[in-house]
Design a binder for this molecule. Structure first.
Ligand SMILES: Nc1ncnc2c1ncn2[C@@H]1O[C@H](COP(=O)(O)OP(=O)(O)O)[C@@H](O)[C@H]1O
Ligand SMILES: [Mg+2]
Length: 361
């Protein structure tokens, strides 16, 4: 039995003035002990709702969940002492210092005065907050807030840690620092469930990734498996003239290992390739010889958008921007290909895809 198990979790909301929202729509997960599981998905995918259900903060409409064999819904009192949660929005008292915040958590958990202080000190050092420990949190940077919030989740040495988007909104340097901290925790045997919108983050930290959309898992595997399922590197070309699209499509199709895609304006073509530099050279040579003019040409790694486009037929950023400025996703809406697994995916873009191939248009 996996350490964290969730089976067919369903949670619906009926916000005033709109239809029913299926925040979780049959979510199933199995996380082995001492491993890191990523829930990768765009805004509105159901990540926070999943964390809330597993941490006893929200009761699902149906489905089951266990942590360490204990029923999360029935025996929440037994689950809470062994878990720690660090949320998308840091839950710290602005007016207390970093040290006081951690000490307070220890007291709330009845650690006792001495042990609370000792644990707070230990975590302050571990998280490199020694300089800031006696300053009120309201003066902390975003990265420091996240660290103090995560430290708070660790006061009781939980065996399971839930990290809800631990680095969203952080600058690159703070993000790297956070990744180091998470990596060292895992080395100590903590089981971690981490949510993220970043493929790169899941890639770096997780043993296994569940891609979620519309409240359910649409693909799962290691980062290598997922990337292989959508192809490794991408070659992307920008045409000067859309009239060259057919010729370019044929060249890309010959050198790529997936069907090339064409943007709606018909001037950007992308294909996944096995060996990026070699493929790019060959493609450029052939296009040069046939007189196709390019604005831009280059290689790139698959992004979350590529994963989503291939798995769901819609881009992750269709309705939401990754930084959360977009409006909420309507999870009730049916989309092509939803629910299919990476392993049975065929390489042809669906008719509803944002990118189409020239044979269809
Ligand atoms: N308390 C709530 N009331 C109404 N709708 C909610 C509530 N919480 C979440 N939702 C909706 O459920 C869906 C999933 O939300 P959430 O779990 O927060 O997604 P994520 O964390 O992946 O961005 C969204 O459409 C969101 O608007
Ligand atoms: Mg969230």
């Amino acid at each position: 039995m996996a350490f964290i198990e969730a089976h067919n979790l369903v949670k619906t909301y009926t916000p005033r003035g709109s239809g029913i929202v299926r925040a979780l729509d049959g979510l199933t997960l199995a996380v082995p002990r001492a491993s890191v599981q990523a829930l990768l998905g765009p805004n509105g995918a159901g990540k926070t709702t999943a964390v809330k259900v597993l941490t006893t903060l929200v009761v699902p409409d149906s489905g089951t969940a266990t942590i360490g064999g204990v029923d999360v819904m029935r025996d929440g009192d037994l689950v809470r002492p062994i878990i720690g949660v660090s949320g998308q929005y840091a839950a710290v008292d602005e007016n207390l210092t970093g040290f006081e915040n951690l000490d307070m958590v220890g007291r709330l958990y009845h650690l006792g005065r001495q042990e609370s202080r000792a644990r707070a000190k230990e975590l302050i050092d571990l998280f490199d907050l020694t300089e800031a420990q006696n300053r009120p949190v309201k003066g902390f940077s975003g990265g420091m807030r996240r660290r103090i919030d995560l430290a708070g989740a660790l006061v009781t040495r939980p065996r399971v840690l839930f990290l809800d988007e631990p680095t969203t909104g952080l600058d690159p340097r703070s993000r790297l620092g956070m990744w180091d901290i998470i990596t060292s925790l895992v080395g100590e045997g903590t089981t971690v469930l981490l949510t993220t919108q970043y493929l790169e983050e899941a890639d770096r930290l997780a043993d296994s990734i569940s891609v979620i959309d519309g409240g359910k898992v649409i693909a799962e595997g290691t980062s290598d498996e997922l990337k292989a399922s959508i192809g490794g590197q991408r070659v992307e070309l920008n045409l000067v003239s859309a009239s060259d699209r057919q010729k370019t499509f044929e060249v890309l199709a010959r050198h790529g290992n997936s069907r090339p895609t064409i943007s709606p304006d018909e001037r950007t073509l992308t294909v996944s390739v096995v060996d990026g530099p070699t493929a790019l050279q060959l493609i450029l040579a052939e296009l040069g010889a046939s007189g196709v003019a390019l604005f831009d040409a280059g290689m790139r790694r698959p992004t979350l958008d590529d994963v989503f486009l291939r798995l769901t037929g819609h881009a992750a950023s269709d309705e939401d921007s990754p930084n959360g400025t977009g409006k909420k996703r309507d999870t009730g809406k049916k989309r092509p290909n939803r629910g299919r697994r990476a392993r049975d995916e065929d390489p042809t873009p669906s008719p509803g895809a944002a990118h189409t191939d020239p044979d269809r248009t």
